[in-house]
Design a protein around this ligand. Structure first.
Ligand SMILES: Cc1cc2nc3c(=O)[nH]c(=O)nc-3n(C[C@H](O)[C@H](O)[C@H](O)COP(=O)(O)OP(=O)(O)OC[C@H]3O[C@@H](n4cnc5c(N)ncnc54)[C@H](O)[C@@H]3O)c2cc1C
Length: 530
C-alpha cells in the first residue's frame, strides 16, 4: 500500500496503545502521511495515555513514576518527533528545543555514581582485566546470529561481574546477568560514544519534568487539537486477520468499551497499528504501609492480545519468550515524596551534585541492588514549592535486605526507606521528618521482559512480510541494530511503520553508528583500558 499524502485525507487509522509508540505513529500519520487527525483513533486500556512514561499523584497523596528516563543526543527519531511538538511551558519552542536548552543549564556529570559502605567508590577506572576487555571486543565483532538465545553470563568470566564496569552497566541499563547477550552487544555498539564518560553519566539528556508532563502531555495535547480521538479504558482484545497466500490483511478489531464487547470492521482504506506487549503491564502499586503486589498478567491486556495475534500466523512473533519468565524479568521501583528539604540537602552535599546533575547513585553492597535518582526539582508540573520527589529502584527484589530482614518485594514503602536510609547512614538525620515522607513502591513483573534471551523470529518485523494494512509497534518488534528498553526504539518502530506503509517522501532516520567512526572506537577502547 503506497499512496501520495494528498490521497489520504479520508483514510482512517486505528492505533492500539497510547504509549509513546502509538502516539508517535499518530504524529507521523498526520505530519508525513497526510492523514486528517479526526480519522485517527487511539485505543488505550488505561485511563491515561503514556504507558511506561507515566507520572501521577499530588503532593498530598504522594507522586508516582514507575520509571524515569535517560536520553542522549543520538535519539534521532525521538528528537525528530518532538521537534514538531510545542512545549507545554513555552509553546513558542518545541519539546526538543526545550530539552536541549534545559540540558545546557543542568548538565549531567555524576560525582557519586557508586557507593560502598555508604562511601563513594572511585570509578575513574572500569576495573576491567585484559580478559574482560577481550571478551567485550569479541562480543562487539561477533555476528548477532551467533548469540541467539545466549545469556550475558555465558560469555564473560565470573570476575567480570565484580568490576566497576559491570556495576555501572547493569544499574544504568537494568541488565541482569541472565539478560540477552545480543541485547548487551547492541547497547555496547549503539552507546559506544558514551563510554568515555559513562562512569559519570556524561552525555545523558533529561527532560525538564517527568516524561509524562514533559513528553506525553504535549504530544497528546497536539494530537487532540488536531482531532485525534482517544478511546480510553478500551482494551483491544483480539484482531482478525486474513492471511491468504502471500498477503496478510487485518479485517476487524475486537475491543471492550465500558466492559461491553465491540467489533470494529476495517474497510479498504483503514490501517491498523498495534503496540505489542508492554513492560509495565500488571504493575502492582503499594503504599507507605503496604508492599507492592506481584499481580498476575491481565487476560485482556497487551500480552493477551499478542498471544491471540501470534496464534494466527508464525510471522507475528512469540510473546511467551518474553512474558513467561517473571522471576527473571521483574524488579521494583519506588517514588518518594518529601515535605522537607533535609534529604535533598544531605544528598547534594554528600554527592557533590545539585539535584538533576547526578543521576543514579547505586548502593553496590545493597542485596536489593538499590539505586536512587534525585531529578531536577520540581519533577512534576503541579509540584508545589517545599515538596521534593525522588525515584529509586531495586534490581534484585527477592533477596533479603541488609538491614530490613525481608525481600524488597515484601516491604512497605516505609521499610524500603528504612533500608535506604540505613545504607546511607542517615537514619538519625531523617528520623524527625519521617512523618513528612511518602514512599510508593511499584512491582513491575515484566519490566525486563524485552531483555529476555531471544532468537530470530521471536520478535516480528514492524511490517511483517505481506502485510497490506497493518504494522506492529513498540519494544517487542524487531528493529535491526537499535536497543530495546528505550523511548527511541518505540519511536523508531512508529517511523518504520508509517514510512513503510505509506509513501511519505521520507526515509526512517538512520541509527547513529559510533562504531563506524575511528575516533569513537579509539576513545571507547582507551576508556575500557583505563
Ligand atoms: C522503570 C523504567 C525506566 C526506563 N528508563 C528508560 C531510560 O532511561 N531511557 C529510555 O529511553 N527508556 C527508558 N524506559 C523505557 C521506555 O519508557 C519505554 O521503552 C517506552 O516508553 C515504551 O513505549 P511503548 O509505547 O512502546 O510501550 P508502553 O509504554 O508499554 O505503552 C504501551 C501502551 O499501550 C497500551 N496497550 C497495549 N496493548 C493494549 C491493548 N491490547 N489494548 C489497549 N491498550 C493497549 C498500554 O496500556 C500502554 O499504555 C524506561 C521504562 C521504565 C518502565
Amino acid at each position: 500500500m503506497s499512496h501520495a499524502p494528498q490521497d489520504r485525507c479520508k483514510d482512517k487509522a486505528h492505533i492500539v496503545g497510547g504509549g509513546i509508540a502509538g502516539l508517535a505513529a499518530a504524529v507521523y500519520l498526520i505530519r508525513h502521511a497526510g492523514f486528517d487527525g479526526s480519522n485517527i483513533v487511539i485505543y488505550e486500556q488505561d485511563a491515561v495515555s503514556g504507558g511506561a512514561m507515566d507520572g501521577s499523584g499530588s503532593a498530598g497523596a504522594g507522586y508516582l513514576i514507575r520509571g524515569g528516563r535517560m536520553h542522549e543526543a543520538h535519539y534521532a527519531c525521538t528528537w525528530d518527533l518532538l521537534a514538531g511538538i510545542p512545549s507545554r511551558d513555552d509553546p513558542a519552542i518545541s519539546v526538543t528545543e526545550e530539552v536541549f536548552a534545559f540540558n545546557q543549564r543542568v548538565v549531567s556529570c555524576a560525582h557519586a555514581r557508586l557507593l560502598r559502605a555508604g562511601q563513594k567508590v572511585d570509578v575513574a577506572s572500569y576495573g576491567l582485566g585484559r580478559r574482560d576487555v577481550v571478551d567485550l571486543l569479541r562480543l562487539n565483532v561477533s555476528p548477532e546470529a551467533l548469540l541467539d538465545g545466549k545469556h550475558i553470563d555465558e560469555w564473560f568470566e565470573p570476575a567480570f561481574f565484580d568490576t566497576v564496569f559491570w556495576q555501572l552497566w547493569a544499574t544504568t541499563f537494568a541488565f541482569q546477568r541472565w539478560s540477552s547477550l545480543a541485547e548487551m552487544r547492541r547497547y555496547a555498539i549503539r552507546f559506544m560514544h558514551l563510554l568515555p564518560g559513562f562512569n559519570q553519566l556524561k552525555g545523558i539528556l533529561r527532560t525538564v519534568y517527568n516524561q509524562y508532563d514533559s513528553v506525553i502531555l504535549p504530544i497528546e495535547t497536539w494530537l487532540r487539537q488536531l482531532g485525534v480521538r482517544f478511546e480510553m479504558n478500551t482494551p483491544v482484545v483480539d484482531v482478525e486477520f486474513e492471511c491468504t497466500g502471500k498477503q496478510k490483511r487485518a479485517t476487524a478489531i475486537h475491543c471492550l468499551k465500558d466492559g461491553s464487547p465491540r467489533r470494529i470492521e476495517l474497510g479498504e482504506d483503514e490501517t491498523l497499528f498495534i503496540t505489542l506487549g508492554s513492560m509495565v503491564e500488571s504493575a502492582g502499586i503499594g503504599s507507605m504501609d503496604t508492599p507492592a503486589p506481584l499481580l498476575p498478567r491481565s487476560d485482556t491486556g497487551a500480552w493477551a492480545l499478542w498471544q491471540r495475534i501470534a496464534a494466527q500466523d508464525e510471522a507475528f512473533g512469540r510473546p511467551s519468550v518474553f512474558a513467561e519468565h517473571v522471576d527473571q524479568s521483574k524488579w521494583m521501583s519506588f517514588t518518594v515524596t518529601l515535605e522537607d528539604p533535609g534529604f535533598f540537602e544531605h544528598m547534594e552535599r554528600f554527592t557533590g551534585n545539585v539535584a538533576g546533575t547526578g543521576g543514579l547513585v547505586t548502593l553496590t553492597d545493597s542485596n536489593w541492588l538499590m539505586s536512587v535518582v534525585l531529578a531536577h526539582q520540581p519533577h512534576f508540573r503541579n509540584q508545589p514549592p517545599g515538596t521534593f520527589v525522588f525515584w529509586g529502584d531495586g534490581l534484585l527484589p527477592d533477596a533479603p535486605g541488609n538491614f530490613v530482614q525481608k525481600p524488597m518485594a515484601q516491604c512497605s514503602g516505609e521499610e524500603i526507606l528504612q533500608e535506604l536510609f540505613s545504607h546511607l547512614g542517615i537514619v538519625e538525620l531523617v528520623r524527625p521528618v519521617m512523618g513528612k515522607v511518602n514512599c510508593v513502591p511499584c512491582m513491575m513483573p515484566l519490566i525486563d521482559s524485552q531483555f529476555m534471551p531471544r532468537v530470530n523470529g521471536d520478535r516480528p518485523s514492524v511490517i511483517p512480510e505481506g502485510a497490506k494494512n497493518f504494522a506492529f509497534l513498540g519494544q517487542f518488534v524487531e528493529v535491526p541494530h537499535d536497543c530495546v528498553f528505550t523511548v527511541e526504539y518505540s519511536v523508531r518502530t512508529a517511523q518504520t511503520a508509517v514510512f513503510g506503509l505509506f509513501d511519505c517522501g521520507r526515509e526512517v532516520t538512520p541509527i547513529y553508528r559510533g562504531d563506524h567512526d575511528v575516533k569513537v572506537l579509539h576513545e571507547a577502547l582507551l576508556a575500557l583500558l583505563r
